[in-house]
Write a protein that binds this ligand. Structure first.
Ligand SMILES: [Zn+2]
Length: 174
């Protein structure tokens, strides 16, 4: 398959900023996980397109345009969640409201993530009209890998081994 991976945020948009126990920008975590994901998917023989491969600003419209222009078969946007409540935790996958092809893709990805990380809360598959889900022409999902606002999860999200595990869990589902 031709797979478009979208590392959330970047450049002037840091995304959510985790503050405890140290500062961590969502844009750096999403890029790192996405680069691991690219490597894993390519090893399985897939062709991978990234909407960004470094710390640059890319508009939401351009992210969808890149996927559409390249005729990607599926689109995966990688994000970290954030909440004012530092205890908030868990993994969730978003699809465009009512999208059956989106759900067909989200189902195994969400299952694989929660099965590989049994100590992480399953927040399920959720529906919202995010621009990158709405404007992409192929099955599309947005994965919230954990809460960067939760100090314990921030430590995990910053860890390269954990980032690679997330990439492997998503790849096995694909
Ligand atoms: Zn985000």
């Amino acid at each position: 398959m031709k797979i478009c991976i979208d590392p959330g945020h970047g450049g002037t948009d840091p995304g959510a900023i985790g503050k405890e126990p140290f500062i961590l920008n969502e844009k750096d975590v999403t890029l790192s996980i996405s680069l691991f994901l690219k490597k894993e998917l390519e090893e399985k023989g897939h062709t991978v397109i990234l909407t960004r491969d470094k710390d640059v600003t890319v508009s939401l419209a351009d992210r969808a345009r890149i996927a559409n222009h390249n005729n990607a078969d599926i689109f995966i946007s990688i994000h970290c969640n954030s909440s004012d409540n530092n205890d908030a935790e868990g993994i969730e996958t978003w699809i465009f409201p009512g999208s059956t092809v989106g759900r067909k893709l989200a189902d195994p990805v969400q299952k694989s993530l929660v099965n590989n990380f049994s100590n992480h809360k399953n927040r399920g598959i959720r529906e919202k009209s995010f621009q990158v889900l709405r404007e992409t022409n192929m099955p599309a999902i947005l994965v919230e890998c954990e809460f960067i606002s939760n100090p314990n999860k921030l430590k995990l999200l910053s860890n390269k081994d954990h980032q690679e595990k997330i990439a492997k869990a998503i790849t096995s589902a694909i």
